[in-house]
Each structure stands twice: as structure tokens, then as C-alpha cells.
Design a protein. Structure first.
Length: 282
């Protein structure tokens, strides 16, 4: 496994609620992990609701800390979680004002990608809980807006959405088309085993790395990414997979012959390079 740049495509670090960037990166590294793709957490997680600039700047700082102090290569993903819009509306903002505030935050995210400080816009998308029809419409408009920003910056988008299957993947692929974004640059975070192009419509699925999902996914194709969605939140232990999961799962699948070295290299190297255009030296 040494020559495979094991990558967790969606892992959070949070010194306010969890162990923070260095401890998480060290755990990841000790279990064989090489690269972390880290989206910023929402603004309320550090007690400053709607301070989007700070939420985004924090993740850039954590990525720097990891790159300077550990063997792990870290990359930032910057954006505004769909629940930020829900909370703005709950706080009494009207749709138009909320839209303007969210779009400004996303413009800032794009500027950082253009400066080379982040590799993608995300996690953006739409809520996994029920909302009003007006909000749903606006969430969808903002998704397309984010994809347009990504097309201009030629970068990827990490999507957070309701639990999705073929029908939703098809809808997202049409949104990407509308925005002019290359469909494979649209990454469905927290995906089930939708690795067949007939089910994912050309999106890149980022599989939640449980034994069940990876074993179903790898039977159909090796075109996917692997992630934990680790939250680094000590108040929610066991809410998600731990930081050692992606390296350990990959090793387990290699050992059992359920994944070839070639598959693992495709998943952790070629697919990452294709989506983000990054080529780290390991
Ligand atoms: Zn996340």
C-alpha cells in the first residue's frame, strides 16, 4: 500500500469541538493515509453564526498547519453549507437578502480557488431535511450559481444533498450541464455505491467508506473517491466514521483481494487528479 497516495476526500478538522488538525492528521497518517481533502465547517460550529469569511479562513489555516507539520498533504475545499441559508432565513432575513449574503460568501470562496488556496467549492448543495418550497427553489438556484463559479474557476464542487440515488444524480448532472461545468467535476459527497455511470450520470461519487458501501461500489467500477465525513466533534462520538477508516478500509480490501493495487491506485491517485487537477509528490 506504500506507493498508493491514500486520500480521504471529505474529512473535517475542528479544534473548537474536536482534536484539531494536527491530531487528526497524525492519526490518519499513522494508519497509512497520505492526503486529506478538507472542507470548512459551518460558521455556527465556532460560535459565530454567518461569519463565513472566518469559517473559510480557518480551514486554510488548518491545511497550512497540516502541510507544515505532518507528512500528510492537505487541500482545502471552501464554501457555504446549505444549512447556512436555512439559518439565515430562520433568523428573519428575507429570501432576497439571504440570497445576496450567500452569493457573496460563494464569490469569496471562488476567489480563493482562483488564488490557488483551495481546490474546490463546497460543501454546497441543498438540505437533507424538509424546507419550504421557496427555500428549496433558492437552494437549487444557489447550487447552479456555485457550479457556474466553479466553471469559471475550472474547479470541482463538493455537493452536500439529501440522500440521493439515480434520480437525483440525473438532476445534478443536468444542473452541471446548465452551468457549463464538466460533469465529473461535480462530486457527490456522502454517496452510496453509485459507481456505475448508468447510475451516476458522469458525476464523481465520493463513497462513504463503510465495508458495505465500498464492497458494493467496487464490484461495479473503480471510478469513485473514498471519504469518512469525519466531523472531529467530541460531543458526537461515533456519529460518523473515524479518521483512520479510509486507509484501513483500503488495506482490508487489498488484503482480501476485493480491490486490486491497480484499483486502489485509480481511486486514490488518478481519480483525485482528474477531479481536482492536483498532482502531489509523495
Ligand atoms: Zn462535511
Amino acid at each position: 500500500m506504500e506507493n498508493i497516495p491514500i486520500t480521504d476526500n471529505h474529512i473535517h478538522v475542528d479544534p473548537f469541538n474536536g482534536e484539531g488538525p494536527l491530531k487528526v492528521a497524525e492519526k490518519f497518517s499513522r494508519s497509512g493515509g497520505k492526503r486529506m481533502i478538507i472542507p470548512n465547517k459551518p460558521s455556527w460550529t465556532f460560535g459565530e453564526p454567518f461569519n463565513f469569511q472566518k469559517a473559510i479562513e480557518q480551514v486554510l489555516k488548518y491545511v497550512d498547519e497540516i502541510n507544515q507539520n505532518t507528512d500528510v498533504k492537505a487541500h482545502a475545499v471552501v464554501g457555504l453549507h446549505p444549512a447556512e441559508l436555512s439559518r439565515l432565513l430562520e433568523s428573519g432575513k428575507d429570501l432576497e437578502t439571504a440570497e445576496k449574503i450567500i452569493k457573496e460568501g460563494l464569490d469569496y470562496a471562488q476567489s480563493l480557488v482562483l488564488e490557488g488556496k483551495a481546490v474546490a467549492i463546497g460543501e454546497i448543495g441543498r438540505p437533507h431535511y424538509e424546507v419550504s418550497e421557496e427555500e428549496w427553489g433558492l437552494q437549487n438556484d444557489i447550487m447552479v450559481y456555485s457550479m457556474e463559479l466553479a466553471r469559471e474557476a475550472d474547479c470541482a464542487v463538493q455537493l452536500h444533498t439529501e440522500s440521493s440515488g439515480e434520480e437525483q444524480f440525473k438532476e445534478f448532472s443536468l444542473m452541471a450541464k446548465k452551468a457549463g461545468l464538466k460533469i465529473y467535476k461535480l462530486v457527490k459527497h456522502f454517496s452510496g455505491p453509485y459507481t456505475d455511470e448508468k447510475e451516476n450520470f458522469g458525476l464523481t461519487p465520493s463513497l462513504i467508506s463503510t465495508r458495505d458501501v465500498i464492497s458494493k461500489g467496487i464490484k461495479k467500477s473503480n471510478y469513485f473517491l473514498m471519504e469518512t465525513d469525519y466531523l472531529d466533534d467530541l460531543s458526537r462520538p461515533g456519529a460518523v466514521l473515524g479518521p483512520k477508516t479510509v486507509p484501513r478500509r483500503t488495506q482490508e480490501f487489498l488484503n482480501k483481494g476485493l480491490m486490486s493495487e491497480e484499483d486502489a491506485f485509480k481511486i486514490h491517485s488518478d481519480n483525485v487528479k482528474r477531479v481536482y487537477g492536483i498532482d502531489d509528490d509523495f
